[in-house]
Write a protein that binds this ligand. Sequence first.
Ligand code: CS2
Length: 494
Amino acid sequence: MINLNSNNLTEISKSVSAPNYNRSNIKSGIVHVGIGGFHRAHEAFYIDELLRRNEARNWGICGVALLEYDTKIYQTLKSQDGLYTLIVKELDGSLSNRVIGSIIDVMFAPENPWAVVEKMASPETKIITLTITEGGYNFNEATGEFVVENPLIQHDLKNPKTPKTVFGYLTQALKLRKDNNQEGLTIQSCDNIQGNGHVTKKMLLSFIEHAEPELVSWIEKNVSFPNSMVDRITPATVPSDISILKDTTGIIDEWPVVCEPFKQWVIEEDFVAGRPAWEKVGAQFVDDVVPYEKMKLTLLNAGHSVLGILGALIGYNTIDETVHDEDLSLFLKTYMNKEVTPTLGNLKGVNLDEYKQTLLERFGNTHIKDQVERICSESSAKIPKFILPTVISNLKNNDPVDLAAFVLAAWAVYSLGENEKEEDIIIKDAMETVLKQKANEAKVNPKLFLELESIFGDLKSSKTFVDSFENAYKNISEFGVKKGIFELNKSLIK
Ligand code: CS2
């Protein structure tokens, strides 16, 4: 048995693919906020691949754990010198292990906030990348406006030197760069949000209007916010991933990351202070990333939420189980073809039929065991980004919204916290309390669930939508999801 850390790397590299580069010679041109599984399966992998080709000596990553909640991942990575194993679960069930070395430093922001600000402001830092989750951008889903009343935002406005939110950190770092007459940098979101760069810029500037208004024009001139589409399914690591790695390789890694073989990264070319040659390792640089983002959010991420919510109610635990249920996969295919595809327009250079087919295969990978619970977590932040844009677009064109309404009605039933087997559903959501409250009110009058205005906006005033929602709610609560699908519209699903 051998602990994963720098001292043991030479030994480990005899049996497992490991960094062939000298990690002590690498500069951290990137500061990354949010060192969860996705970042470690995606961006950190791309950089590791470049480093192995000797193409990214200035582009190592300094990983920042921003929240108290991140204590464990920080301590684990710190004790392993930033090293971890990426375990790719191939379609045939085999595992490809690879030790990733691109995170050359880790910082725990709550311990010393100003050290993080200084790191972000250091001349070496050229890009700050973010995976702060869909809910982390702090905007009202219905209006798209920054929520300045959030107590954490208020904290950051009052205590600029000890921030807690990403907005407080970025503001202080940019101010320091400006005061030190330093060049600007790129802030790159890697979260699943349509126009993630635009949203990041808008939210940051909204915060700065309140915090440091005179910084706005400097940012306009010196900071860029490229949009990007990111993709790699990365389930939560479970204890058996750790023990299988130990048993098969002898490596003791407290927190490996597991993921699917597929990966994609489409990025807008807009970097003011240089960038790694990500195109050499498979990323695509395009002028306009909007169509790719739309496709991924409304098909893949929405597809996940469809399967997750319906599957959770039936009592499934993993996404492959849900997609191997014929009723659910037929439902999903129909949703993708009839409600999503017409809203996507012409996606130049993309074969949509092939994309949708690949999605079903990826969801069906029986080795991934992606958790329904992971997919359903934070649905109040995900649904407005993944599903509601499709509903709004279809309503505008007088096109059908029955299947989306069915999923949203299922979400209302799901929010009661019990599946069809009368087992508890664990709801992990920042809005859990109010979701449960509205879900209970909906038992008497389903459309009361739609009064969650910060999620649904004005959808409650669309008669077409409300009719479909009420009809679906009635079917699901009376007959259950599977029979509800059948009742939904015997002619629609075929
Ligand atoms: C998932 C995503 O969180 C979710 O609901 O849809 O994490 C998804 O697995 C990734 O975006 C895949 O790229």
